[in-house]
Design a protein around this ligand. Structure first.
Ligand SMILES: CC(C)(COP(=O)(O)OP(=O)(O)OC[C@H]1O[C@@H](n2cnc3c(N)ncnc32)[C@H](O)[C@@H]1OP(=O)(O)O)[C@@H](O)C(=O)NCCC(=O)NCCS
Length: 174
């Protein structure tokens, strides 16, 4: 259920905290993400250990490469609402040397399939900074379409950037 052609999704373990912290502290990885205020490894580890268990409302999974079982990123379905059959999606590949290998696209397909087939979602949506070309390409490749723009919805490096809302309906996953 959680295995694609290149990656497997799995629950995060306590030992994953240093990887999560390293990704969050990497300016290139968080360039187009709202990474919050700087956090020490101790603070992140505490938050990580106290995280609620996965549930319908929020499912956070690590992305591991098939073959060498290396944790390279994480993906999350959150704010799921059963009445609307809708959830929000977040994605990051924190290991930069793994970018461009199709891992994000594969992880998206696995997570969205899980959302539609097992959680009975009808719609998955996400927000992405308009200038995050690689992420927008991933989302378009798997079938997401642009549905709206929040003008100046993100600020980075003293500049405003538009945010794009994208949505994927049941049956549209490619
Ligand atoms: C964006 C991100 C998820 C992409 O992960 P990835 O594993 O490299 O993605 P994939 O290899 O599946 O696909 C990347 C696609 O973008 C394309 N791409 C990459 N950089 C690009 C650029 N600068 N301009 C245009 N296309 C680009 C690649 O060619 C590929 O498309 P293709 O398969 O048609 O050739 C990853 O770089 C990442 O996590 N970045 C940091 C966190 C982040 O921005 N997350 C998204 C927040 S909304």
């Amino acid at each position: 259920m959680f295995t694609g052609t290149k990656v497997r999704l799995r629950p995060l373990e306590p030992d994953d905290a240093p990887s999560l912290w390293r990704w969050g502290a990497d300016p290139e990885v968080v360039r187009w993400m709202n990474a919050g205020y700087p956090e020490s490894l101790a603070q992140l580890t505490r938050r990580h250990l106290e995280r609620d268990t996965n549930s319908y409302a929020t499912t956070l999974l690590g992305i591991e490469t098939l073959g060498d079982d290396k944790l390279v990123g994480a993906i999350r379905l959150r704010d799921a609402q059963p009445e609307l059959g809708m959830a929000q999606l977040d994605l990051w590949i924190g290991e930069k040397d793994q970018w461009g290998r199709g891992l994000a696209s594969d992880a998206m397909r696995v997570m969205c399939r899980y959302g539609f087939e097992e959680m009975r979602l009808h719609r998955i949506e996400l927000w992405v900074v308009a200038d995050n070309v690689a992420a927008r390409r991933v989302y378009e490749k798997v079938g997401f379409v642009q549905e709206g723009v929040a003008r100046d919805g993100f600020r980075r490096g003293g500049k405003w950037h538009d945010m794009v809302m994208m949505g994927l309906l049941e049956g549209e996953l490619r």
